[in-house]
Structure formats: C-alpha cells, structure tokens
Design a protein around this ligand. Structure first.
Ligand code: AMP
Length: 547
C-alpha cells in the first residue's frame, strides 16, 4: 500500500518559487565584475531567472542540454543556477582557474551548448572558442555598455540584451526529480577530470541537510557571504539553502583579497561566511595587520582542506567568530560532515572543546560513513584506528558522467555499495570523523604512517609561519621521511632548527620532520588546495640530513 500524501517532485525551481513568495524582499548583494555593488531581491531574481528560461527556450536549449558557466559568485550566476536547472537543462559550472586547454576539454566532454562567462574570463574564451565545437553561442554576463568592442569570437551574445528581450511569464515545468540538474568536474590531479552529474532530487535533499542546525545552519536570520566559488560544488549548496531559508546573500565577485572581503562583510552586516583555509589566511592576515574586528560576523564555515587548529583559535579567541569545520567532496554535492558540538560538550573545558572542533565532524543525516582496513574490514570508532573512508547516500555519486573511470563504487560483505573517498580518517566514539590525510599524501616511514596534516598543523601554530606543507621524501632506510615546506609570514623570521624545536612534545619524536625547506609560495590548485604532487616533484632530489 502506498502512502496517500501529495506526490510532488523535488525540483530546484521550487526553491526560487518559495523564495519569491515567502521572502521575496530579502536582498541579494553582489560586487560586480563591472566594479560597483549591485542590489536585488529574491523576487527580482526569480523574475530574471524566468526571463532567462524564456531566452534559453528561444535559443533552442532543451531538456538535459548542458549550459556552461565560467563565472564568479554573483546574482547573474544565481539566475543561471535557477533559470537553467529550472527549465530542465543542466547547469555546468566550470572552474575558470583551470588551464585553458582543460576548460576546452571539459566543455567538449560535457557537450556544452552555450557558455556564459564573466568579462574577466574573456581571454580564456578567446583562446578556446574555436575548440568548443558543441557551443552554439558564448554569452558575456554583462550589459551592452560593457560589451567588449572587438573579439575574435563569432557567436558572442550579451546577457542583459538576451534577458531584456523576454518577459517573465514562465511556468516552470514539472518532471521526474531524478532528472539531471547540474554538473561539476572533479579537480583530479591525475588523469582527466571526471564529471559529477547532480539531480534535482539529490540537490534538494542536500539543501535540507545543509540548512539543518547541525549542518551549516542556514536560517532567515543570516546574511551569508559564500567566498567558496559557485564553480566549486555549487558553493557548498549555499545559493540553494539561502533561498530555502530566506537568508540574505552577499557575493564577493572577483574581489577575494582580505581588504575587499572585510569591507564587504562590514558594509553588508554579514553574519556567516564560508570558504577554504587559504582564503581565511588572507582575510586574517589583513585584519591582524590593520588591527580590525568583525562587528556582525558570528560564524564561518571552513572546509575544502583541513582547518588548522591555530586558525580555529584565532577566529574564536581573537575575533569571537565560531569556526565550523566541514568536510565533503565534489562527488558528495559536497557536504558529508559538519563539526557541530553535542550537548555533552557544554561540560568540556576550552582545550577539550578545541580538540573536538578541529575534527571534520559528524555525518549529516543522509550520509553514512565507515572506515575500513586494506581488506575492507570495518575499523572501530575509537578515534585511534585509521583507515580508508567510505561513504554512501542519496547525494553521493553513483557513476561519473559518460561512465568515465568505470564503476567508482565498492561493494561490502552485506552487498551495500560505498564510494571510497580517497581520504584516510579516524572516527571517535561520538561519531566525529577526523581526516588524517589524503591517502596519496600519507607519509610512510618504516611501515608507520605519518599524517601530513598533523605535521602541518604544528607548523601553522608557529607565529612566523604563513603556510606549510609536509611531504614524504625518499629515504634509504625508512622509505620515506617527512620534509616540511614553509612559507614565512612577511617580515617574520624563523630558522630550520627553531621550527624543528617547535615540535618537541607536540608529536612523537619519529614524526618530527627531518628537514625544513623555506619557499616563497606553495603551488595551489584550482580549488584552493595545496598541490602536493607538484611539491613532491620539486623536492624529489632533496637530500635529507643523514640520508
Ligand atoms: P573537492 O572534490 O575538490 O572538493 O576535494 C575533496 C577533497 O578535499 C576531500 O576528499 C578531502 O581530501 C579534501 N577536503 C575537503 N574538506 C576537507 C576538510 N575539512 N579537511 C581536510 N580535507 C578536506
């Protein structure tokens, strides 16, 4: 017997319809590529998303056709989120920080039909336009006054003209909630990127999880500034969750430096922000230098890479901002865990609480996880045993686009399928997961594993260290030994021996790095992660003392 409740598909269009009807006056503020601050509301945004849907119809974009973007965080990008997916096409957000030939490769692989781009990325479009044979037109996300005068692009259109030519009467179609809504390619460091194809259902379920109090806790009381790009796993779902809850959205556009971010946070009374640790590094550095404070920001979500304990303390102790550590992946839409505390933690002292908050957190409902050994046997949740982290759930990848890479799942003894994350983790008795490393980055020293994240975190707690990466370097006796690569803070000094002494009492003796290399910069990937494979190449010939 089936239940007798209304069978309404979970569709992305329902989010913007809800936002318009129930909190249509709530603001969406964007720093534009054109340089000014732009203000709109959910009501106006809905109207423009419907105009866009009409324009897409007029251009012959049909069900499941891919429509790509190369764009910063801003209101036009949100209009595309809703206009494209709402009409049943697939929004393909491309990371503009990838090399141009990879952008072209992804566009061809996805068979994108249109490509919308912010003016910043015109040089990329000029370079790749001829290679993108499936793209019928390139649309500059600007108005007629800002259109580039001459370009080598034949089929170039203007976003505002496209929208102005349509009216906003549009009925969002109803279809199967499992229909594809959007896609994002992984930023894999080896092999070709792989496409992850989200559905309306997976996105809506993920949005509920994001909004939950022990998820990212998104409510109508918040003004949210997602620094995390809308081209990196849908800005962690914030553009959807904010519309669901009625939160104000504040978009930084292309200005991601500490000064611009701080100014926007203050001017727009931002209460919650979200981004990777390297972005916060820039913001905190600027604030320290100019002795600034936050007047409204109460929380920040840190994910994409491990939150260094020193950064957690700076946010909480110096600025009174709660740092919520979260973990996920492109393949997971992305949220897997968030580090909200439990009632029992109210009794914890400060240090014990920091130890909990430094972990990646508990699985949000919808995601199941386990850690397994090499044979696939589940390991205990004791906070000590570490193993490969596997996940399953309705917003986790089942298969990559066009079957790329074969079946990504593993099947356990009870027949359940799991996605191996490639991360190595512990889970404690309270369900808090902690990543010890990416499996490729673990340092294997004489049969023992050293967590590169643990070693980096100690370095980051030194006042002269701006950034650190720990990598394994070949060693004749131990196979690999840790080398610490460090970028110093401007104007600060520290020597190799001082840094190594800083490890005393903080990690086991055999985990202390064998050497320190000082560099001007650590190579970073397109989503703000350190490129350790590049570093390993760079230091392949490094001779450790005594080796
Ligand atoms: P991406 O698909 O580009 O978002 O990368 C996902 C990977 O980033 C994960 O598998 C982790 O290795 C890493 N990652 C994401 N969040 C965290 C976090 N909070 N702590 C440590 N690593 C993280």
């Amino acid at each position: 017997m089936l239940g007798l409740m209304q069978d309404i598909p979970l569709l992305i269009s329902s989010l913007i319809v809800h936002a318009d009807r129930h909190h249509g006056d709530v603001e969406i503020v964007s720093r534009r590529v054109e340089g000014d601050i732009h203000r709109t509301t959910y009501r106006e945004l809905h109207s423009r998303a419907k105009r866009l849907a009409n324009a897409l119809d007029a251009l012959g974009i049909g069900m499941s056709d891919r429509v790509a973007t190369l764009a910063w965080n801003g209101y036009r990008h949100v209009e595309l989120y809703y206009g494209v997916a709402g009409k049943g096409a697939v929004l393909h957000t491309i990371n503009p920080r990838l090399p141009a030939d990879q952008v072209a490769w992804i566009t061809q692989h996805a068979e994108d039909t249109l490509l919308f781009f912010d003016l910043t990325f015109l040089p990329i479009i000029e370079k790749i336009a001829a290679q993108c044979t499936t793209v019928k037109a390139f649309v500059a996300m600007t108005d007629a006054a800002h259109m580039p005068a001459t370009t080598g692009i034949a089929n170039l259109m203007c976003y505002e003209d496209l929208i102005a030519a349509q009216d906003d009467r549009y009925e969002w179609p109803a279809f199967d909630e499992r229909v594809a809504s959007s896609m994002c390619y992984t930023s894999g460091t080896t092999g070709n990127p792989k496409g992850v194809l989200y559905s309306h259902r997976s996105t809506l379920l993920h949005t509920f999880a994001v909004a939950m109090p022990d998820g990212l806790s998104v409510s109508a009381k918040e003004a949210i500034l997602p620094v995390v790009p809308m081209f990196h796993v849908n800005a962690w779902g914030i553009p959807y969750a904010a519309a669901m809850a009625g939160a104000k959205l504040v978009f930084p556009g292309p200005a991601l430096d500490g000064k611009s971010l701080h100014e926007l946070i203050e001017a727009e009374k931002v209460t919650l922000s979200a981004g990777v640790p390297t972005v916060w590094q820039g913001l905190l550095g600027h604030m320290e230098q100019h002795d600034l404070r936050f007047s409204t920001m109460r929380r920040t979500i840190v994910g994409g890479a491990a939150l260094p304990p020193a950064m957690l303390r700076t946010f909480e102790e110096r600025y009174g901002v709660t740092a919520l550590h979260a973990w996920g992946m492109t393949e997971m839409s992305p949220i897997g865990t968030a580090c909200a505390t439990r009632a029992k933690h109210a009794a914890c002292d400060r240090e014990a609480l920091f130890a909990v908050k430094g972990k990646q957190g508990r699985a949000v409902f919808g995601v199941d996880m386990k850690i397994v050994d090499q044979a696939g046997t589940e390991l205990p949740w004791d906070g000590i045993a570490f193993g490969d982290l596997l996940v399953r759930g309705p917003w986790i990848v089942n298969e990559y686009f066009r079957g790329e890479g074969g079946n990504p799942l593993v099947t356990d003894a009870s027949g359940l399928t799991w996605f191996p994350t490639g991360d190595v983790a512990t889970i404690d008795a309270d369900g808090y997961m902690q990543i010890t490393d990416r499996s490729k980055d673990v340092i294997k020293s004489g049969g023992e594993w050293i967590s590169s994240i643990d070693i980096e975190n100690v370095a980051m707690s030194h006042p002269a260290v701006a950034m650190s990466a720990c990598i394994g370097v070949a060693h004749p006796k131990w196979d690999e030994r840790p080398l610490l690569v460090v970028v110093k803070k401007p104007g600060k000094e520290v020597t190799r021996d001082e840094l190594l002494r800083h490890y005393e009492g903080k990690v086991a003796k055999w985990q202390v790095p064998d050497d320190v290399a000082f560099v001007d910069a650590i190579p970073m990937g397109a989503t703000g992660k350190m490129l350790k494979n590049k570093l390993r190449e760079q230091f392949r010939e490094h001779r450790l003392p005594g080796a």
